[in-house]
Write a protein that binds this ligand. Structure first.
Ligand code: UD1
Length: 333
């Protein structure tokens, strides 16, 4: 039996494939390289010394996906094939809803037709909108997303809940990621945003290596310890491992719909991150204070207790390691 990983050449997908292969699972990757590169597949083989099956297709193409299910014995599906650039989603809502929402619907339909009902979905802390309490637990209210990317995650969560209600033989885990950063310790896979990065860590590493001049810190008048935004940064390898625990949960418990936060439970500000990066790498990160970015919130960090209790999962890598690995990746390229 194989695990089908859509978007397996992407940032979180590739790290998860490594963990799946490391735990001796058979993997089938579907990716169309719309936001990734073929070299990632070789890097995964190099890291793990293991092979997998690969299809260069669009995950929302029903006919081609049906063939993948017919040609392989698929046990479960991990869906990483979403678009994820917040700013771009505001410019291209039709593309975002089509790829993320309609694409997932097509995938679920093909799964149902092939009687495969184990599904792990990559959601985001963004579904909490402006969180009502900190730290955020899974039963906090969702909604109030500020962009089509976030809303697409919210819609898919609702679709999965409705699907489970209609047929409770489905086995679904929704994982709400906080802020993934870092890279595999080998430096062979990592985050590769196209163009000028929007997220904090990809921007910092490019300032440190001189590609970009300075970091703009978006606002220093938030209600936080130093005025800059606080987030829950999690090492991508810890995040990837969370998917293995999610699969094990489904293998053990069977049918159900489960929702977990994947975060560390610790909040760091933008300036905390700059300082930690400088200390752990010895590099300088010049910055200036800039106006707030639209849609940003003061504080967002998780209560990761439920994942610990029910999945036996905790994030192990600290901020120092996250900074080192982010830096190592960009230097090795
Ligand atoms: C954003 C998205 C979130 C998405 C996540 C990963 C929003 C509201 N949230 O999270 O939905 O899941 O990216 O793609 O857009 N910052 C700077 N300067 C920069 C970049 C960022 O000061 O050049 C600050 C931000 O204001 C924020 C923190 O760094 O306080 C983290 O920003 P970022 O990495 O973009 O992640 P989020 O905004 O938390």
């Amino acid at each position: 039996m194989s695990i089908l990983v859509t978007g397996g050449a992407g940032y979180i997908g590739s790290h998860t494939v490594v963990e799946l292969l490391n735990t001796n699972r058979e993997v089938v990757i579907v990716d169309d390289f719309s936001n990734s590169k073929p070299e990632v597949l070789d890097a995964i083989k190099k890291i793990t010394g293991k092979d997998f099956k690969f299809y260069n297709i669009d995950y929302s193409d029903k006919e081609k996906m049906d063939k993948v299910f017919k040609e392989n014995k698929i046990d479960a599906v991990l869906n990483f094939a979403g678009y994820k650039a917040v700013g771009e989603s505001v410019q291209k809502p039709i593309e975002y809803y089509t790829n993320n929402v309609a694409g997932t619907l097509n995938l679920l339909d093909v799964m149902r037709n092939n009687n495969v009902k184990k599904f792990v979905f990559s959601s985001s802390a963004t579904v909490y909108g402006k969180p009502e309490v900190i730290p955020i637990t899974e039963d906090c209210k969702t909604g109030g997303t500020t962009n089509p990317y976030g809303t697409s995650k919210l819609f898919i969560e609702q679709i999965l809940k409705d699907l489970y209600k209609s047929d409770n033989s489905w086995e679904i885990v929704i994982l709400r990621y906080f802020n993934p950063i870092g890279a595999h310790e080998s430096g062979l896979i990592g985050e590769e945003p196209q163009g000028i990065p929007n997220n904090l860590m990809p921007y910092i590493v490019r300032v440190a290596n001189g590609t970009l001049k300075e970091l703009s810190v978006f606002g220093n008048d938030y209600n936080t310890h130093d005025g800059t935004g606080v987030r829950d940064y999690i090492h991508v390898v810890d995040l990837a491992k969370g998917h293995i625990n999610a699969l094990e949960k489904l293998e053990k418990e069977g049918q159900g719909l489960y929702i977990y936060n994947l975060g560390t439970g610790k909040g760091y500000s933008v300036l905390d991150i700059v300082k930690a990066f400088e200390e752990s790498t010895g590099m300088k990160v010049p910055y200036k204070i800039a106006p707030r970015r639209e849609g940003d919130i003061d504080i967002c960090y998780s209560d990761p207790t439920k994942a610990k209790e029910e999945l036996g999962w905790v994030a192990e890598k600290d901020l120092n390691q996250m900074c080192k690995d982010s830096w190592n990746y960009i230097n090795k390229k």
